[in-house]
Design a protein around this ligand. Sequence first.
Ligand code: BGC
Length: 720
Amino acid sequence: MTTKLAAERESSEADRRGREVEEQMTDEEKFSLIISVLGEVPGSAAAGTRDPRIPDDVTNMSAGYTPGVPRLGIPAIQSSDASMGITNPGYRPDDPGATAFPSLIALGSSFNPHLVRQGGEAIAREARARGFNVQLAGGCNLARDPRNGRNFEYFSEDPYLSAVLAAEQVNGIQSQGVVSTLKHYTLNCNETNRHWLDAIIDPDAHRESDLLTFQIAIERSQPGAIMSGYNKVNGEYAGGNHHLLNDVLKGAWGYPGYVMSDWGATPDWRFALHGLDQESGIQGDTLLWGKQPFTDELRDAYARGELPQERLSDMVRRILRSLFAVGVDQWGTAPEVDMELHDQIALEGARQGIVLLENDGVLPIPTDEPLKVAVIGGYAQQGIVSGTGSGAVAPVGGFAGVIKIGGAGVMGRHRNLFLFPPSPLEELAKALPQAQLDFDPGYTPAEAALTAKRSDLVIVFGIRVEGEGFDSADLSLPWGQDAVIEAVADANPNTIVVLETGNPVSMPWRDKVRAIVEAWYPGQAGGRAIAEVLTGAVNPSGRLPVTFPESLEQTPRPELPGLGTPWGTPVTIEYGEGAEVGYRWFARTGATPTYAFGHGLSYTTFAYGDLEVTGGDTVTASFTVTNTGDRAGADVPQLYLTEAAGEQRQRLLGFERVQLQPGESRRLTLTAEPRLLARFDGTAGQWRITTGTYQVAVGRSADSRELVAETTLTDALFGS
Ligand code: BGC
C-alpha cells in the first residue's frame, strides 16, 4: 500500500512538472516531441536515410530517437526493444553485445514474478549503459493462437499470469530510471498481414481477457507508455481507436502516461484525436503508408484548428510526465553493469522456464555411467535457438551462427535462425563427463537412425524458428525434423526429445519416446540449463503457460483466416472464443489437450491438502503443499475457479511458486483478484459478481483438480 501511495505521489508530482514544462515549450518543440525516428539500420530499407532529426553526434542508433529540449531539461528520448534483452542486432555494429535473456514464454513458464523483475532490472541497467531511456518491453498479448509467430514475446494465454509477470518486467525496468512500455495494445494476437488485420471480439469479452491483462498490469506497474498494436480492433486501428484509447485506457482506467504507436502503424494524423500521443519510427510509416502523419499533416491540422491546442499540450504532457515519473531527466553517470550477474539471471530464467512434459523415468540421465549418448539435430553442436524479429538480441561475442531464412513483407529480411553459444552439445559434454557423446546433425532420418542405433541413449533436438511478421502454417516441426525424430525413436527405444520452439508443436512421435522437454527459446544460458535439467543438477520446475492442443481442430480456429494471402491483403479474424482463451476454451469444449496449461513434471513429487476457502467479496483459499519425494524442488500449485453461480467458467485465480526440501510443507494462502470472479457488464461499465455458489479447485494444471471446495459470493458491482 505504501508503495502504491508513494508511486501516486511521484506520479502527481511528475504530472505537475509535465504541465509546467509543457507550458514553456514552443509549438515547434512540442511537434518534435510527438514523433520518434528510427535509427539508421544497415542493410534495411532505411539504410543511408539517416534522418536529419538525428544529430550527427548521436551514434547510438535506437529503435526510436526523439530530440530533447536542453533549455528545459528534457533529455533526448532513445528507445530500444527489450523483450529478451537490449536489441537490435545490426543497429549498432560497435555494440559489444547484450545479455540474451530467455524469451517471455520461457519466463511465463517459471510462474516467478520475482525472477521476471530481476530480468527487468538487468535489462534496464544494460539500457542505461547505452543511453536508452525507454524500453519497448512488457509484451502481454495473450497467446490465443498457437500459430502466432510472436507468442514467444508474450508471457502466456492467461490474463492474470500475463499481467502479473508483465508488470514485474515493467517494475524492474522502471526501478532503474528507465521508462517501459506495455505492448501491443491490444489483440495483436496474430502476425499474418498484421498491418491490415481486423481483430473482431465481443467488447465485454475483450474487457475480461486482453484488456483485463493490460488493466491489471498497468495498475501494478504504472508503465510510462503503452504501445498500440498494428492491427485494427472491431474495425478501428488500435493506434487510432477512440474507444480503446480514450474511453477505456485514458477514460475508465485514468491512465496518465502516453500512447506510442507501433513502428509503421500510423496511417492517419487523426489518430492524435483518437488517443495516440506519439508516432513511432516515422520512416516505417513512409514505407507502409507513404507519409509521416504526425509531421506535416498534423501541423496543418493544427493550423486549421482541427487539432486543438489542448490536445497537443496533452500529448506532450503525457510524454513528459512519464519521463519525469521515473527520473529519466535525473540520470547521473551510468551504473556499472555486472555482466556475470546478468548471465546468472539469464541462467536462472532458463532453468526455471524449461518444462519437463513427459518422463517415464529415463531422466535424469546418470552422470557417473560410461554411456554412449547420441546428440542429434537442432544445430545442437552450434548453439541455442532464438526467436526472430525486433526482439532478437545480439549476445556478447556474437552469435554462434546466423542462418538466413527470409520471407515476405518488411520482416522477411529479419527472419533468421539465430544461434547463441555455448551449444547444448558442449554443455552436455561437461555435464556427462563419463559419457561418450556422438553428434549427428539430423540431416536425414536414415543417417540419424544409424547414429541412434549404436547408442545407449539418444537426445534429439527439435527446433523451430518463429518470429515477428509470420504465423506458422501448422504445428509441425520444419525441415523434416518429425521424420528424423520418428526414425531415431524407431532405432533406439531410449529417446529423449528436447524442443526449442516458441509455441506448442504437434508430436506425432510422442508415444515412441521416453521423455519430452520444452526448452522454448531459453536465451544465452539455455545450453547449460538444458544440460543441467537433463542430468538432474537442476530439478525441472517450469509449468506450461499455454495449452498444447492435440491438433488445430481443438482450437477456436482450425483454419487461420488470411494465412497464405500475399503481404498487404486485408484480413479479418474473429476471436469468437472471446474471454475463453486457451485452457478456458478446453474447459468449455470438454476437449482433452496433449498437455494442459500449468502442466510440468519434476524429479520429486508434491501433495496438496487441507483446503480451506472463504467467500464474500472474493475467494481466499488456504492449503498445504508438501514435497513428498526425495529431492528438493519447486512446485507451482494453482488455484482455479471452475464454476460460478451455476455457470461453467474456468479462471486461474492464483498461483505461487514454492521451493521445498524433501518432506517440507508450506501453507499457502491465495486471494483472488475479484475481477477474475466477475463478468464485465458493458451496459453498466462495471464488473459484476452474481450471488451464488462458486466452486474452486487447487491443482497441478488446468485439468487437475486435487482439492475442490465451494464458497458463496455476494452480489457486487464494482470498478470500471
Ligand atoms: C514491433 C514492436 C517493436 C518495434 C520497434 C515493431 O516491429 O512490433 O514490438 O517494439 O518494432 O522495434
